[in-house]
Each structure stands twice: as C-alpha cells, then as structure tokens.
Design a binder for this molecule. Structure first.
Ligand SMILES: Cc1ncc(COP(=O)(O)O)c(C=O)c1O
Length: 392
C-alpha cells in the first residue's frame, strides 16, 4: 500500500486548525470576540445539553478562535489534542491540579522554572500533595525518588538558564510501565526542535508566550497529550477559568504561521552568537547546547533538530560589571522572556532571583556575572556587533 506523504511542518503551521470557508470567506480565522453565544430558541439549548450540537455556549468553556489555535498546535506537536490557557503558568497549574489528589506524590527536577517549583513546593504541599525535588539529569536520584504514591514526574528540557538537556530515552526507560505520568515543559525546545511525545512522554507543556507566539505580544500556555488526558484538564479549566481570550488566540495563530522560519533563524543565530561569545576574551563561559563545550551537547545533538535562541554566558563575576555591559547595548532590549522576534537580555541575579539572599542564589548556581540572552530574528551581524561594542 502506498504510504501517505507526511504534511510539511510549515504547511501545517500555515493551514492546520484554520476555520476555512467561514461565513465571510476570509482566509484568516475570525476573532470571535464574544463572551457568550446566544441560542436561536430553546430547542438549541436542549441540543446543547444532549451534546448533539457542535456549538459554543460561553467563552470560559471554549470559543472558535481558541479551537482553531489548538488544532494548529496539536498538529505541530504531533499530539492527539491541545488545550490552550491564558499563560504558561495557567497550563502548568491547571494540569497539575487536575491530575493530582491529596496523598499523591510528584517528583520535579531542581532547575525547573522557578514559579513551577514555587507552585509544587508551596501550593501543592498545602493540599497534602507531597513533592520531591531531584537534581536535573541525576537519573539514579530520579529512580530512587519514586514512591508507591508517585503520580507525576515533571521536568523541563532545555532548562533555564543553563540549558541542561534531559535524555528523554533514558528517562522513559525509568518510567515505562510504572503508571506515573511524565510531563515535559518543552518551552525552550519548541515542537520544531524536539518531539517529546515520540519518546513516550505523556504530556507536553509550553509557555506559548515564548517561541510559539513569537512576537512578545501575547501570554498563553498549552498542554498537549492524548485526548484521554486532555479531556479532564479541559473540564477542570472550566472551573479554574484561565482560558485564552479570542484576540490572543488570533495573535497566536498569526505568529505560528511563520513558526518554522523563525525557528530556523533562532537556531542559526543562536549558534553563531554562542560561537562568537565563546571566542571573546571578556566572556568567561558560554552555555549553549549547540557548543561542544556544553555538558549535554551529545544528548542535545541526538534528540534535537536545533538548539534555539537562548544563550547563557558569564562575564566578570560582579553585578556592576554585568549591568554595565547590558546598559551599553543599543539594539538588544533589556527584559525578561525569550523566543520573540526582538532580542532580549536579562540578568537572572537581579531580575528573577532578587527576592532571595545572595547565598541562596549562589547555591542555586545563579552567579553575579551570569547573563541570559534570547537571540531574536534581527540580522545576526548587528546582534554580534552590538554585543561586541558593549563588551568592549
Ligand atoms: C520554561 C517555562 N515554563 C513556563 C513559564 C511560564 O510561562 P508564562 O510566563 O507564559 O506563564 C516560563 C516563563 O518564563 C518558562 O520559562
């Protein structure tokens, strides 16, 4: 039998999920900007209750622009279904709340996104859900942390800010057949560079605020999995209420159409910037999975198509020196976040970790001279010139 040709990534990015041949014949999916969907008559209400009508009821329970964006994301990730949320954190908290019950146990890796760790260690513990934090990539520690009541293992790859890479094949050898749901926050990788579901990961989460949206103009998160896992989360979202609004759904659809092109540029420029920084005498160390010097370079090469636009590096180990360098940049903007068309630079010690003592921060590996750079899609020569003049 002739094998069906797989649809190309950009073809899916442009066409998947779109509401084509809509009422007005517009090629773009309409922004259905409404909070409620009215009924023509009471017969329609009855049909809705019997679920015989494929229609919408109330914005918090789902709306057409959201469904279109979800269809596109599910195809891009190769997932059966996708659920969109108002932010990445909403995707993480709603998913975990929906899956976990009092008395359950979750394992999370130590360099997960700070707010995800905060949620597990503060909120979940308050509801009697036990949390064990294990060292990222310490596979023996991960295996030893499993208890009879372990329900979820949560990790990221690559991580922030050191871009550590989880060996997904090795991870799944630990969890296979144990009935524990494995969740991977793949925000830094994106479905273009890494395909966790193909390794048997149960649930993939992204902050769509980053590369998926890609233009630093929206907040969103997405959870992708088999329908048997997304269905209960979608129901739970109706209670927690962190739905994406119609306008942000449209911006996400719009951003995704150029997703492959943007990722190709992020990957190429990320590599060039990392190589430039590694050669620079004023840079002490560079962390980028595409560099041979990165501790997880071989795993990254095996399981990733490209290494993205985030490059972390160290200048002189002193806060004033790092801030002085950043304030001299002319094109690159200072600010948190990543994955957008504009290059962004941040100093984790003063931006993300300002609320804890220096001693605690250093124990987490966040040094005074550490800088996280999210390469945008500007011309890479201009980005490199900008960094070079500021370092000088
Ligand atoms: C890896 C990762 N996951 C989740 C989040 C949270 O996403 P959002 O800011 O969209 O809530 C972030 C935000 O920076 C992140 O970096």
């Amino acid at each position: 039998m002739k094998k069906k040709k797989k649809t190309g990534f950009s073809t899916m990015a442009v066409h998947s999920g779109e509401i084509r041949y809509n009422e007005y014949g517009s090629i773009t999916t309409p922004i259905v900007q409404t909070s409620t969907f009215i009924f023509k008559n009471t017969k329609e209400i009855k049909e809705l209750a019997k679920k015989t009508a494929g229609r919408f009821e109330y914005g918090r329970y789902g709306h057409p622009t959201q469904i279109a964006a979800e269809g596109k994301l599910a195809d891009l990730e190769g997932a059966e279904d996708a659920v969109l949320f108002s932010s990445g954190m909403s995707a993480i908290t709603t998913t975990l709340f929906s899956l976990l019950h009092a008395g359950d146990h979750i394992i999370i890796t130590d360099d997960a996104y700070k707010r995800t760790l905060d949620f597990c260690l503060t909120c979940l513990e308050r509801f009697n859900i036990e949390c064990t934090v294990v060292k990222m990539c310490d596979y023996d520690a991960i295996e030893k942390a499993i208890k009879p009541n372990t329900k979820v293992f949560f990790s990221e790859s690559p991580t922030n800010p050191y871009l550590n890479i989880m060996d997904l094949e090795r991870l799944m050898r630990i969890f296979k057949g144990k009935g524990i749901l494995v969740i991977s926050d793949s925000t830094f990788a994106t479905p273009y560079n890494q395909r966790p579901l193909e390794y048997g990961i149960d649930i993939v989460i992204h902050s769509a605020t980053k590369y998926l949206g890609g233009h630093n103009d929206l907040l969103s998160g997405v959870m992708l999995a088999k329908k048997k896992l997304t269905d209960p989360v979608r129901e739970y979202l109706k209670i927690t209420g962190g739905v994406i609004d119609p306008h942000s759904s449209y911006l996400l659809i719009r951003g995704l159409k150029t997703f492959e092109l943007r990722m190709q540029r992020h990957n190429e420029s990320g590599q060039k910037v990392a190589e430039f920084l590694e050669r620079h005498p004023k840079v002490k160390k560079v962390y980028y999975p595409g560099l041979r010097s990165h501790q997880h370079h071989n795993i990254a090469k095996k399981q990733m198509k490209g290494f993205g636009g985030v490059v972390t590096f160290e200048v002189e180990d002193n806060i004033a020196c790092a801030l002085n360098f950043m304030s001299r940049l002319k094109i690159i903007c200072i600010g948190p976040s990543l994955g957008g068309v504009e290059s962004l630079i941040t100093h984790p010690a003063t931006v993300s970790y300002y609320s804890i003592s220096r001693k605690e921060r250093l124990a987490l590996g966040i040094k005074d001279g550490l800088i996280r750079f999210a390469v945008g899609v500007e011309n890479v020569e201009d980005i490199i010139d900008d960094i070079n003049q500021a370092l000088r």
